[in-house]
Design a protein around this ligand. Structure first.
Ligand code: MF3
Ligand code: CO
Length: 261
């Protein structure tokens, strides 16, 4: 396994891709309404991505048919948008989006509640987000990759949640999926040494129930085996010698993170 180190020029392009992706998520997230179909969400997302001069990285990736992965409630990731599935008040909807800007990918996911949602659902979304921030405390040069995995899983499991094992985060850059694989669950080995210039998509997928998942007959949609809710939170992160730079946050999100430190 070899993990690429991005040059200063590449890092600028990754920053630009991440900033655009943050705006795409912000704009699309604001448009979610009860009654929309998951295909409406995909079409709107596709328009927004292209309005920034980007290409949707997921479209046709290994045959995936859409630009936005839309995963509702017990769906973990890779839900395929369809005009038959309408989102309802109380649903939780994970949107996973990748953009390509001048040849560089950025990848990020957010989980949204539609209207009023249960306390169980709201806590799952917030704790999934927080598990990412627990993990990236170790996303620094000199630390080892699996310190991130261990921190994510220790935090999520402290609530009795199941940390998905069959899907992992990944390096990202000129390709959507680069080395290394980034598990979200506890590891025995220490993993690769982190170095400044690595760009990583860190993406905890957390189930309210058990960690087991299965694939639906479309060969894409991953669901929880026990039918429990699942949330997803992902950002593209740049490793530096100091604090990690989270490339796919909006300015509002960044200032909220800083204020909470
Ligand atoms: N964030 C997901 C991943 O890294 C998105 C891939 S969906 C696909 O695997 F459609 F592109 F496969
Ligand atoms: Co990803």
């Amino acid at each position: 396994m070899s993990v690429s180190i991005k040059s200063a020029r590449e890092i600028e392009l990754m920053r630009a891709a991440g900033k655009i992706l943050a705006k795409v998520h912000e704009n699309l997230g604001k448009e979610l309404r009860e009654g929309m179909s998951t295909l409406d969400i995909d079409h709107l997302g596709d328009d927004i991505i292209r309005s920034y001069g980007c290409i949707p990285s997921f479209k046709n990736y290994n045959g995936y048919p859409a630009s936005v992965c839309v995963s509702v409630n017990n769906e973990v990731v890779h839900g395929i948008p369809t005009k038959k599935r309408h989102i309802r008040e109380g649903d939780i909807v994970s949107l996973d989006i990748g953009v390509i800007y001048k040849g560089y990918h950025s990848d990020a996911a957010r989980t949204h509640g539609i209207g009023e949602i249960s306390e169980e659902a709201a806590l799952l979304i917030e704790r999934t987000r927080q598990s990412f921030f627990e993990g990236i405390k170790y996303a620094k040069e000199g630390h080892r990759l699996h310190e991130i995995s261990n921190a994510i899983s220790a935090y999520a499991e402290s609530f009795g949640y199941g940390v998905v094992r069959d899907l992992v985060g990944h390096g990202v850059g000129t390709h959507l999926h680069e080395d290394p694989q980034i598990p979200n669950f506890a590891q025995k080995s220490r993993g690769v040494r982190l170095r400044a210039g690595m760009t990583l998509a860190i993406e905890p997928m957390i189930n309210a129930g058990r960690f087991d998942v299965e694939w639906q007959d479309d060969n894409w949609t991953v669901v929880t085996q026990d039918g429990s809710l699942s949330a997803h939170y992902e950002n593209t992160v740049l490793i530096t010698s100091g604090e990690p730079e989270i490339l796919s946050l909006t300015e509002t999100e960044s200032s909220l993170v800083k204020a909470s430190e």
